[in-house]
Design a protein around this ligand. Structure first.
Ligand code: ADP
Ligand code: MG
Length: 246
């Protein structure tokens, strides 16, 4: 049975694109066929993180307009065979409607073990398109009140949409910074405030910034892999420990 997982956050810059791309890579390394859909019209980033931008000719808007077929717009990542991507339109004006996205996903769901959807920030139409066909959701937050508030907004919207399998990813965690800012008593306070169970705690890691911004996440995957391997295990229901100490 294939699974559709949307990666969302209320606030921009929390790490949705990094998490969705890295999760897709971790799933492919475990021999799963994966479709990574970039739903962030005007702000797409998965192609850049995977280093495939130069190869892209078509995006979702071309499929919608009939300029190409769905399969013409799919790009397999040469550094990670089995990872297929569908790019968001370059222009924010080409927003994808929730109905169209749901139809695309339902038509192609059975061809993949996982479909990972990188959502735009916020709870607007773009988010609804990203989440409409999702079975599960990951909410990405950083340990700051503005980001946490965004997480609460997403949680409420997902609940309105009837998506109940929702887990929290705390990204860019730095223990020293967390203690020095004293914004929260402990991580449990962050988790309880969002009101969603934790599935991954991802450290602030300069290698993740460097690799993602150089388009080298796929080619240099080994350097940033462990936390995402553990996220995959937890998504499968295996109770592996969080890989960094809190
Ligand atoms: P979003 O898609 O939510 O807007 P991105 O995934 O584009 O966020 O990440 C924003 C920035 O943060 C990027 O420069 C990215 O490389 C960096 N980043 C994300 N997660 C981490 C991390 N765990 N450690 C270091 N840098 C990170
Ligand atoms: Mg993004």
């Amino acid at each position: 049975m294939s699974q559709v997982i949307v990666v969302a956050s209320g606030k921009g810059g929390t790490g949705k694109t990094t998490v969705s791309t890295s999760l897709a890579l971790a799933l492919v390394r475990k021999q799963n066929k994966v479709l990574l859909i970039d739903c962030d019209s005007g702000m797409r980033g998965t192609d850049m993180m995977l280093g495939i931008t130069d190869r892209l000719v078509y995006d979702i808007s071309d499929v919608i307009s009939g300029a190409c077929t769905f399969s013409d717009a799919l790009y397999e990542c040469s550094a990670a065979r089995g990872l297929f991507t569908l790019a968001a339109p370059l222009s924010a004006e080409d927003e994808i409607s929730p109905q169209v996205m749901k139809q695309f996903i339902e038509e192609h769901k059975d061809e993949y073990a996982y479909i990972i959807i990188d959502a735009p920030a916020g709870v607007g139409t773009g988010f609804e398109a990203a989440a409409k066909a999702a079975d599960r959701a990951l909410i990405v937050v950083n340990c700051e009140p503005t980001s946490v508030r965004g997480g609460i907004n997403i949680r409420n919207k997902l609940s309105d949409m009837g998506i109940t399998d929702v887990r929290l990813v705390i990204n860019r965690f730095e223990r020293a910074r967390f203690l020095a800012t004293a914004l929260y008593e402990d991580l449990d306070e962050v988790i309880d405030t969002v009101g969603v169970g934790l599935i991954a705690l991802i450290p602030e890691d300069v290698r993740i910034t460097a690799l993602s911004q150089r388009g080298a996440l796929a080619t240099n995957w080994a350097k940033s892999t462990v936390v995402f391997d553990s996220l995959v295990e937890r998504l499968r229901g295996n109770n592996v420990p969080l890989t960094i100490e809190v």
